[in-house]
Design a binder for this molecule. Structure first.
Ligand SMILES: C[S@@+](CC[C@H](N)C(=O)[O-])C[C@H]1O[C@@H](n2cnc3c(N)ncnc32)[C@H](O)[C@@H]1O
Length: 206
């Protein structure tokens, strides 16, 4: 991982994703999480303050070691026990059925083998476990889609692999049969980056 990803990306995430409306979306999404939770693509830990008391423990994974310093400060201040791992979502070392909930916020856009990561998310959930996500992605507006497709190669360079044009609902449906999702444009955000997919997918079984 290079200088830009390790030194610049953590600051860019803090600068662009820490205020409103992101905080409100984080709080709303995480309000129903519980038990043993895995968060994929933890970044600098901007979700940590919004986990409710019903969460017993948190395992966090991110392949970027440059997030470490900011994350450590947040983890130290957290009442929830946190197990921090520097690794990718595509190859999780956890056993099948380990978690009650998995969380991903603005991360499925950046994972290179996103289908593989979704397979892993499904695998490590307990039967009946829930995948909570909020992600930006492909807009239904054809004119905007054209620009999202055109600008994705540039966005991948500026934002460490981030795609503007992923159809998040289709991707999650590829792994989960039971899915509730809503889509909307984020407030105060350019439409090209602001078409959001927010949802909960449940792993079937008992
Ligand atoms: C836009 S940031 C979002 C960070 C955080 N989830 C948030 O909401 O603030 C995307 C994150 O995805 C992480 N990421 C990139 N590739 C990944 C992978 N293969 N597996 C897991 N996370 C990955 C990046 O390191 C980065 O922290």
């Amino acid at each position: 991982m290079g200088f830009y990803a390790e030194k610049i990306m953590p600051r860019l995430i803090e600068w662009t994703m820490s205020g409103e409306p992101f905080s409100q979306y984080r709080r709303e999404l995480l309000a129903d999480t519980y038990g043993q939770v895995l968060e994929i693509g933890f970044g600098t830990g901007l979700n940590l303050a919004y986990y409710p008391e019903a969460v017993d423990s948190l395992t966090i994974v991110d392949p970027n070691p440059g997030m470490g310093a900011i994350v450590s400060r947040r983890v130290e201040a957290s009442a929830i026990p946190v197990d921090k791992r520097t690794l990718s979502g595509e190859a999780l070392p956890m056993a099948d059925g380990s978690f009650d909930c998995v969380v991903s916020t603005w991360t499925l856009c950046s994972i290179p083998a996103v289908d593989q990561a979704l397979q892993e998310i499904h695998r490590v959930l307990k039967p009946g476990g829930k995948f909570f996500f909020i992600e930006h992605g492909l807009s239904p507006e054809p004119g905007l889609q054209t620009w999202q497709n055109r600008l994705t190669p540039l966005q991948k360079v500026i934002a460490d692999g981030c795609h503007l044009n992923r159809q998040i609902q289709d991707l999650v449906e590829g792994q989960f049969e039971d899915l509730s999702v809503e889509t909307f444009y984020a407030e105060k955000t350019t439409k090209i980056l602001g078409y959001l997919y927010r949802g909960v997918a449940t792993k079937l079984g008992q």
